[in-house]
Design a protein around this ligand. Structure first.
Ligand code: KIV
Length: 269
């Protein structure tokens, strides 16, 4: 991996939040798309465990292994120059502090991850603290957390209930205090995402969480119109608008930066 002065950093994202500049993030799982996203101005590439669904064809993310995450992260890392690289810790790979440290170290060492992402609230505060103390940046993930799909009972909006919403707001603060540098908010009402975003100094990256988040993320295949048969409400097909891959990605980046995506029709109240 070569040194690049333009490469984005955690500090750059904090600066973007302060200046009100929105952060554009997309998932990728291979070198070709990584290069395309990087050259099209995407700020963060996420090697998500969504690869269980879009690459492996599973119904959920639960079967994804550490070896698979390392493999895909390695493919993506080699082709990016400017974009920041976040990689998911898969299901049950961070159940104890030693396990979280060992697996995060693998993602960094073998997969060249710059940051790891884990799903869950306050019960992972110690895990985040532990990783950050060893120099591994962490991205939190609240709201719809697909690794808990069987407990949640399906891919549905979270935080409509006032008690759940209040707990999520507290969780967000706990994760920031534990040392998380970014926070993904998935499928929550826009008012809740707005409150959480305003209460934190670290950037929030929304997916189905409304326009007030500091950045947006989509699964690549979804924004290219190749996702599930029934398009989720929060997805916009940018390839249908443009007809070319590079133009679609550039159009996504522009729409995020200019606050045109997500629009009201992509948002949950
Ligand atoms: O796995 C993934 O791609 C994700 C995003 C949907 C945020 O976690």
């Amino acid at each position: 991996m070569e040194c690049n002065d333009q490469a984005l950093t955690v500090q750059a994202f904090l600066g973007m939040k302060k200046r009100g500049e929105r952060i554009a993030c997309l998932t990728a799982y291979d070198a070709s798309f990584s290069r395309l996203l990087d050259q099209s101005g995407v700020d963060i590439i996420l090697v998500g465990d969504s690869l269980g669904m879009v690459i492996k064809g599973e119904q959920n993310t639960l079967s994804v292994t550490m070896d698979e995450m390392v493999y895909h992260s390695c493919c993506v890392a080699k082709a990016r120059k400017r974009a920041w690289l976040i990689v998911d810790l898969p299901f049950m790979s961070y159940s104890s502090l030693p396990q979280a440290a060992k697996n995060s170290a693998r993602l960094v060492r073998e997969g060249y991850a710059q940051m790891v992402k884990l799903e869950g609230g306050r019960r992972f505060a110690d895990t985040i603290r532990h990783l950050v103390e060893q120099g591994i940046p962490v991205c939190g993930h609240l709201g719809l957390t697909p690794q808990s799909i069987h407990r949640i009972g399906g891919f549905r909006v979270q935080g409509k209930d006032p008690e759940v919403a209040a707990r999520m707001k507290e969780d967000a603060i706990v994760l920031e205090e534990a040392g998380a540098d970014l926070l993904v908010l998935e499928c929550i009402p826009r008012s809740l995402a707005t409150e959480i975003t305003r209460s934190l100094s670290i950037p929030t990256i929304g997916i189905g969480a409304g326009e007030a988040c500091d950045g947006q993320v989509l699964v690549l295949q979804d924004m290219l119109g190749m996702g599930a048969e029934k398009k989720p409400r929060f997805v916009r097909d940018f390839l249908a608008d443009t007809g070319r891959l590079e133009a679609a990605v550039k159009s996504y980046v522009k729409a995020v930066r200019e606050g045109e995506f997500p629009a009201t029709e992509h948002t949950f109240e």
